[in-house]
Design a protein around this ligand. Structure first.
Ligand code: RVK
Ligand code: MG
Ligand code: MG
Length: 315
């Protein structure tokens, strides 16, 4: 795919990474709450409460840092970035926590994630929640995107459903960069191979067509911590909305894994609408200390810069 000069790539890269962090921080105070409890916290205002992000953003930062430093994917370095950035207070999933400990203690990268969950590997959404930089960096090449999404996921999530969910989320981000909202579902369906995701995408289309209630969306698509109960829900949140704020508010309003579904909807919506569409009040409240808002913005710019240079054949 050639680069459409009308696309403001930098605004989209910034939109995706900042949008993901904003969704994470907005969803974090209500993670695990049901729909009614979320409503009682946010009312109709949807003001950012703390602006503190969680593991979703911390790991997304690691993915972006590694892609930038290596001008592409390097699994050993990406794992190292996860370990260097790891802050237990950001609230990691039990599986990811254990894999990172195993790698830190010297277990081989190839083996560590496969040992989880009785040797079946994790299908949690921890690989999908951090995948946005892969979707951005490989936005113009679906084959590479799919391959790198799988490889980067495998560091912590070796179960097919964990990796396929992350690849689906990465492709949704890439299609959003390309401005392909109308045919997003069609494009996703073309590449999905697992029955679980084919079936979820079918349900997603039916729910969009019928203008489903939140209760039905939760029962059909899910709002949980596993990839197949959250990635389709994030994509649905994006597709049913026509602006960044509605998409992220909807994702979080469903309750459940709110920080993660909020982050994934925020990444897709930010990639589609660009940084300017993110409510200023949310961005201003997003933490801005070490590796905060300004740093995330810079990562998005660096990632974009390298991508542009690669497209121009400069490396
Ligand atoms: C705390 C059975 C499995 C499974 C398998 C279930 C942060 C487990 C983020 C597991 C995200 C959970 C979240 C999450 C990201 C996965 N058999 N059950 N094969 N594979 N599960 O532990 O990084 O919030 O219940 O690998 O994917 O904000 O604990 O962690 O919400 O999915 O954690 O999978 O979690 P993990 P993760
Ligand atoms: Mg989290
Ligand atoms: Mg979460």
């Amino acid at each position: 795919m050639g680069l459409d000069s009308k696309i403001d790539l930098k605004a989209k890269f910034r939109g995706a990474l900042l949008g993901s962090a904003v969704g994470d921080a907005l969803g974090a105070p209500v993670e695990g709450y049901d729909m009614e409890m979320v409503r009682s916290v946010y009312g109709g205002e949807w003001e950012m409460i703390y602006g503190r992000y969680t593991d979703d953003t911390e790991m997304t930062i690691g993915v972006a840092e590694s892609l930038i430093e290596n001008k592409g994917f390097n699994g050993a370095d990406m794992a190292l970035k996860f370990i260097q950035n790891y802050n237990v207070k950001r609230g990691y999933g039990p599986g990811s926590k254990e894999v990172l400990r195993r790698i830190r203690e010297g277990e081989s990268l190839a083996d560590a994630s496969g040992k989880l969950f009785g040797g079946r590997g994790s299908y949690g959404n921890g690989a999908a929640m951090r995948i946005a930089p892969v979707g951005l960096f490989y936005f113009d090449t679906s084959d590479m995107l799919w391959e790198i999404a799988y490889k980067s996921s495998n560091i912590t999530h070796s179960h097919e459903l964990g990796k396929a969910g992350a690849a689906l989320q990465a492709l949704a981000v890439a299609l959003a960069v390309r401005g392909q909202k109308e045919d997003m579902l069609l494009k996703l369906k073309e590449v999905v191979k697992t029955v679980m995701y084919t079936s979820k995408l079918g349900k997603l289309k039916a729910l969009l067509d019928e203008g489903a209630t939140k209760k039905r969306v939760i029962s059909e698509l899910g709002n949980g911590v596993v990839a197949f109960e959250s990635v389709p829900t994030a994509i649905y949140s994006f597709l049913r909305s026509d602006n960044f704020k509605d998409s992220v508010v909807y994702a979080i309003s469903l309750g459940g894994d709110t920080d993660t579904i909020g982050a994934m909807a925020g990444a897709i919506s930010g990639a589609y609408y660009g940084e300017a569409a993110i409510p200023k009040a949310w961005l201003e409240r997003l933490e801005d200390g070490e590796k905060g808002r300004s740093y995330i913005k810079k990562l998005a710019e660096d990632l974009c810069q390298i991508k542009l240079q690669l497209l121009q054949g400069r490396y």
